[in-house]
Design a protein around this ligand. Structure first.
Ligand code: SGN
Ligand code: CA
Length: 542
């Protein structure tokens, strides 16, 4: 058993027992052996390092095997999945930041934890949460980075959170002592503060639960200075449906999240007024974002983009060519900020290795939701369409998760809290709506009776990007969505139409399928005690 552990051969079953037995030969007497067993039991409880980035699309993680990864790989994030598991069907319950975070903390859908939209009302921190339960069970808890739930964090022994969304350059952090600006690039600062906290823990025998929440790769995609020129000669593959006409999809035709129409040219795309200009084109919030750069930083930033910005003006371009140019600029900056995330993950994995913490730490990398990288011509998220609904996730836990595991069962962010509690041997409160997927990740198999469908509900309308509120169900290869404000339905067969371009709803021959999906939707609404909303009073601001 000892040999098996030390050579890294996968063993399942009681890790506690294995470690205790592994220590036995060192202790001559039974009493000492007992002490060792107790000590092992104490230290055996795994630590959890939960790394979550913001808006990181599955397609932008090379382990998932998409074409973007071939030109812009993420070797360190991949390492977690190679040495552990990759999740192939992991989804969020409500594809937007605050709600996803609230769901992760509570193990509940938005209508149960009360945080349905990013509307500034704040998370009710008096409710039961994952960190509170971990804390009550002897874990040291911390959160460093993006919080985005307005109210002050509860349940954490240590917290250091970004102000609101956080800035890329010289961001403000809030701690119980107040708010302070910190010089540096946000991803690097979060990495540095995470390591500092790990170093400074008072009682190192106590296991920890640490949430490391990055701002990257959130809009407006400002890279670290060292990455300004990365990918400048890379052409990113453009999705086939980039110039989608939204035929048959009422809500999709009414959004404001189009790369070539709705991106702000200065703020998002770093475009300037003309050849050799230092004035950014439409920069919606000049005080924030680039406004947090020091003058010399701003100069170096403008200089770095100058040649490529000049090139843009070097010849006349058709609207279609401008759209293509914008897509490349978007992808280059998006993947540059991903590069900083990947470096951060590499740094943290090395840190865990250096300190020996890697052996007993569950490392998770995920994103608060998915993101559009040009599909339908879009950026942002919010939709129940696959690109934004899916949450990429990889997880490493030596001795428990076999390297190369592929989790194919349907998992959702309501499951994270119950799973972590289960992995730490802590019982799961009955009112959590998620289910532990520990068995799925430990065995690589989906047990009989595991869920066959997922419930989803997006609420934030009217709101940024004008995505109409909707709920829906995904089951097998099918998806049924109800945009309830306008009472419009969509039905997709993902096998035949993975890009969700062909709305089958109301088409002849789909009646049976529609009925089946509707029945399943109602079953889920009952199961989760979810309201079926029909609020026709909400008006579209556009
Ligand atoms: C900001 C962004 C939006 C984004 C929301 C929510 N605009 O308002 O594009 O949808 O955050 O994002 S920005 O130009 O101010 O960045 S979330 O990830 O926090 O939910
Ligand atoms: Ca987000």
């Amino acid at each position: 058993m000892n040999t098996q552990l030390s050579t890294g051969i996968f063993t399942r079953g009681s890790g506690k027992l294995q470690t205790a037995l592994a220590l036995l030969p060192l202790f001559p007497t039974a009493a000492l052996a007992q002490q060792a067993t107790d000590k092992a039991a104490e230290t055996e409880r795994p630590n959890i390092l939960f790394i979550m980035s913001d808006d990181h699309a599955r397609e932008a993680i090379s382990l998932y095997g998409y074409s973007i990864g071939k030109v812009a790989p993420t070797p360190n994030i991949d390492r977690i999945g190679r040495e552990g598991a990759i999740f192939l069907n992991n989804y969020c319950a409500n594809s937007i930041s605050g709600p996803s975070r609230a769901t992760i903390l509570t193990g509940k859908h938005s209508h149960k934890n009360g945080f349905t939209k990013n509307d500034g009302r704040g998370f009710d921190g008096s409710q039961e949460t994952l960190p509170k339960i971990m804390q009550a069970n002897g874990y040291e808890t911390a959160i460093i980075g993006k919080w985005h739930l307005t109210s002050q964090p509860t349940g954490f022994d240590h917290w250091m959170i970004l102000k609101d969304q956080g800035d890329y350059c010289n961001p403000y952090f809030i701690t119980p002592e107040g708010m302070k600006r910190h010089d540096g690039y946000v991803t690097d600062l979060i990495t540095q503060y995470t390591e500092q906290w790990l170093d400074s823990r008072k009682d190192k025998r106590k296991p920890f639960f640490l949430m490391m929440h990055h701002k990257a790769v959130h809009r407006n995609w400002v890279p670290a200075e060292r990455h300004y020129h990365l990918y400048e000669h890379t052409t990113f593959p453009m999705p086939d449906d980039f110039f989608d006409d939204y035929h048959g999809r009422y809500a999709a035709a009414r959004q404001r999240m189009n790369i070539y129409r709705d991106m702000y040219e200065g703020h998002d795309l770093k475009m300037v007024a003309g050849i050799d200009s230092d004035s950014l084109l439409f920069d919606r919030w000049p005080q924030a974002f680039f406004g947090t750069m020091y003058p010399d930083e701003r100069r170096r930033f403008l200089d770095a983009y100058r040649e490529r910005n000049n090139e843009f003006y070097s010849r006349k371009r058709t609207p279609r060519e401008v759209a293509q140019w914008k897509y490349q600029r978007y992808m280059q900056d998006y993947m540059r900020t991903v590069a900083s995330l990947d470096e951060s993950v590499g740094e943290i994995l090395d840190y865990l290795h250096r300190t020996g913490l890697d052996k007993n730490t569950i490392v998770v990398y995920t994103s608060d939701q998915g993101f559009f990288l040009g599909q339908h011509g879009w950026f942002d998220k919010r939709w129940m369409y696959e690109e934004s609904f899916v949450m990429p996730m990889v997880m490493r836990w030596p001795g428990h998760i076999k390297p190369g595991t592929r989790v194919t069962g349907l998992t959702q962010n309501i499951d994270f809290a119950p799973t972590f509690l289960d992995m730490c041997g802590i019982s799961v409160p009955k009112d959590m709506q998620g289910v532990s997927f520990k068995k799925l990740v430990e065995t690589g198999h989906t047990p009989k009776g595991w869920r066959r469908s997922l419930y989803y509900h997006y609420y934030e309308f009217p709101g940024f990007h004008s995505v109409r509120a909707h709920y829906g169900v995904k089951m097998g290869d099918c998806k049924l969505i109800h945009f309830y404000v306008d009472d419009k339905w969509e039905l997709y067969d993902l096998k035949k139409d993975p890009e969700e371009l062909h709305n089958l709803y109301g088409e002849k021959g789909t009646e049976k399928l529609e009925k089946k999906m509707r029945t399943e939707l109602h079953r889920l609404q009952l199961q989760y005690d979810a309201p079926e909303l029909h609020d026709a009073s909400i008006k579209d601001p556009y």
